[in-house]
Ligand binder design. Structure first.
Ligand SMILES: NC(=O)c1ccc[n+]([C@@H]2O[C@H](COP(=O)([O-])OP(=O)(O)OC[C@H]3O[C@@H](n4cnc5c(N)ncnc54)[C@H](O)[C@@H]3O)[C@@H](O)[C@H]2O)c1
Length: 225
């Protein structure tokens, strides 16, 4: 039996919400009074965020270990969110890996892992959740992309392709889902310091290189850095 929760609270499902941007979104959205569910493969991170949130019986915080690149896990995870909250108002596709490797020796397995997590993961979660949203004829899907989907930055071979793919996937989803009153958008952030990259940004040398690259990008019109 699905539990019924107050209609004025929005139900958010955030993938990759155990760390970084997803975690910050989960905290913020929960603290604003919404119902929040988080998928991630990082069990420790999931337990940690659950510990830091102040849940109530009316407003539980739902976590589940889900690898977004695995269809079966996505299906089961979404089913559980539906059972817990009865609907999903907003899906934030955010889970990703961000590896750096030069093109010529880019390992095949790393390419597969990046595309499967970053691009296929958004497809699988988007498709599964959209099928639920269609039943109530409303919903919003936000795909977290990156400036790397537009700008060619060395070492970002598979990551940049996954983000370019997400930009196009977002357009297709928006086009095909609009008739069901489902709005699909992408957000493409520039660099944001999170736990994963914090150490790198503490190095003055890296900061200098990073600033130079940012200036180069700003002045070039061909999107190649
Ligand atoms: N931080 C930045 O500078 C930046 C810039 C532009 C775009 N982005 C995008 O923002 C999003 C979040 O990035 P972040 O910097 O917070 O990264 P992060 O590494 O801090 O968080 C990513 C989360 O995704 C989870 N994850 C990885 N693979 C998964 C899988 N197969 N299934 C489920 N969860 C998985 C990780 O465990 C982690 O909790 C990503 O889509 C990233 O591409 C980040």
């Amino acid at each position: 039996m699905e539990e019924k929760f107050n209609e004025d609270k929005k139900v958010f499902l955030i993938t990759g919400g155990a760390n970084g941007i997803g975690r910050a979104l989960a905290f913020k959205l929960f603290n604003l009074g919404n119902l929040v569910a988080v998928f991630d493969i990082d069990e420790r991170g999931l337990r940690d965020i659950k510990r830091q949130i102040t849940e109530t019986p009316e407003r539980p915080f739902f976590i589940r270990k889900v690898d977004v690149s695995k269809k079966k896990q996505v299906d089961v995870g979404v089913k559980e969110v539906m059972k817990k909250f009865g609907r999903i108002d907003v899906l934030i596709n955010n889970a990703a890996i961000v590896p750096y490797h030069k093109f010529l020796d880019y390992p095949e397995d790393l390419w597969d892992r990046t595309i499967n997590t970053n691009l296929k993961g958004y497809f699988l979660c988007g498709q599964r959740v959209a099928r639920e949203m269609i039943k109530i004829r409303k919903g919003k899907i936000i795909n977290i992309s990156s400036i790397s989907g537009e700008f060619a930055i060395e070492g970002q071979c598979a990551y940049a392709c996954s983000k370019g793919g997400i930009n196009m996937l977002t357009k297709i989803m928006a086009l095909e889902l609009a008739k069901y009153n489902i709005c699909v958008n992408a957000i493409a952030p520039g660099t944001i310091v999170v736990e994963r990259n914090r150490k790198k940004f503490k190095s003055q040398r890296y900061l200098k290189e990073f600033s130079k690259r940012a200036v180069r990008l700003y002045h070039r019109s061909d999107n190649i850095c």
